[in-house]
Design a protein around this ligand. Structure first.
Ligand code: ATP
Length: 356
């Protein structure tokens, strides 16, 4: 699985393409699916568009591809406004959740299809299709039909088909959603490897935060038609700008607290506050499970349940006021339900929201 389309293995296929969405608006019958989206994707960058169902991820991707006309703003590819560029001239490769292979064509014919449309000659077509299939590790299955392939294999073919024309931009819309957990991880890593080898600017739509954090250079978190925060996986996780991001990216305990002077007091402990925050009053503090430690002494709690997560253990404990809190700790520290423990906050800054 090392062949790269017509390029030496380590070199990008092209200098890379910048993609910009500037104040993009899209309406469906009076409903604003995109409310002025700004997104600047650097050449060769891999951006994951992450958000809950209905937040506008697919609409943004379809607008970029040309499948949807926008109602405001502009979309630039390498600085050129593509408003009047038809879909087949935008030079974009797409992979969807449903593998959407042509059932009556072999794998090779599926991959050759885009080249045939571009009138690429027979010998070159065959060579390029074979290179693309080798790249996704399916060179040996070129003669099969879609129904003779697993879901993961079909999606690899779809990826080869999208890349064989050497597009400037690759768009992936929930490409792993229909696959089982193990295949998802393998293909996700494979997509990232190929993307880096080709240096192709990529937008990857997903509602799965773990997937987004694992593959992307930067993640854009969408909420109700706009991007709420964009940053590296580390920035989003460690410095969420809003309660929505703190809640959607990673797991957060939502604990009642009292804000004053740029800090919040939660169960007697003072914590610094991240981002814009209510200046004072009753608030909800978003505290990560790994920021609550089981300690020698501290806040009293009782173990409710504990789960083994491979490299760590997550335990739910009940505080004296009946609030249940998730904490994370070493796998070896097995805590039995009913055991009395004490909790301490690590003191890392937290996001807060007004208590409603
Ligand atoms: P999911 O993860 O469920 O696919 P999404 O974030 O991709 O969600 P979109 O498909 O972009 O969301 O939809 C955004 C909003 O626009 C939703 O409220 C949806 O109902 C609406 N919408 C999408 N397509 C259409 C359409 N063709 N006609 C009317 N409304 C639409």
């Amino acid at each position: 699985m090392t062949a790269v389309l017509d390029t030496p293995a380590a070199a990008p296929a092209q200098p890379g393409t910048r993609v910009q969405l500037v104040d993009v608006v899209k309406e469906y019958a009076g409903h604003r699916a995109l409310t002025g989206v700004d997104l600047d994707i650097a050449p060769g960058e891999f951006i994951a568009l992450l958000g809950p169902s209905g937040c506008g991820k697919t609409t943004a991707l379809r607008a970029l591809s040309g499948l949807e006309q926008i109602d405001g703003g502009s979309i630039l590819i390498d600085g050129v406004d593509v408003a009047s560029t038809p879909i087949n001239k935008r030079d974009i490769g797409m992979v969807f959740q449903s593998y959407s292979l042509f059932p009556h064509m072999t794998v090779r014919q599926n991959v050759e299809f885009g080249l045939r449309m571009r009138r690429v000659g027979g010998a070159e077509r065959t060579r390029r299709a074979q290179d693309a299939l080798d790249m996704v590790g399916l060179g040996h299955l070129a003669g099969r039909f879609a129904h003779q392939l697993s879901g993961g294999q079909q999606q690899r073919v779809a990826l080869a088909r999208a890349l064989v024309t050497r597009p400037r931009v690759l768009l992936l819309d929930e490409p792993l959603s229909a696959l089982d957990a193990k295949v998802r991880v393998a293909l996700r890593d494979e997509i990232r490897r190929i993307q880096q080898e080709l240096g192709i600017t990529t937008l990857f739509v997903t509602h799965d935060q773990e997937e987004a954090l694992a593959v992307a250079d930067r993640v854009a978190v969408m909420n109700t038609g706009n991007i709420e925060q964009i940053g590296t996986p580390e920035e989003l996780y460690l410095n969420p700008a809003t309660p929505f991001v703190a809640d959607f990216v990673g797991l957060s305990n939502k604990l009642e607290g009292s804000a004053a002077g740029g800090a919040v007091t939660v169960y007697g402990q003072r914590l610094e506050v991240l981002g814009d925050a209510p200046a004072s009053g009753a608030v909800i503090a978003y505290v990560r499970p790994e920021d609550i430690l089981i300690a020698e002494s501290g806040l009293p709690a009782t173990v409710v349940s504990t789960s083994f997560l491979g490299s760590l253990r997550r335990t739910f404990v009940r505080l004296d006021d009946d609030t249940v809190v998730a904490v994370q700790h070493e796998v070896g520290d097995r805590l039995e339900p009913g055991a009395a423990v004490a909790l301490r906050f690590t003191g890392r800054p937290v996001v807060i929201a007004p208590k409603v």
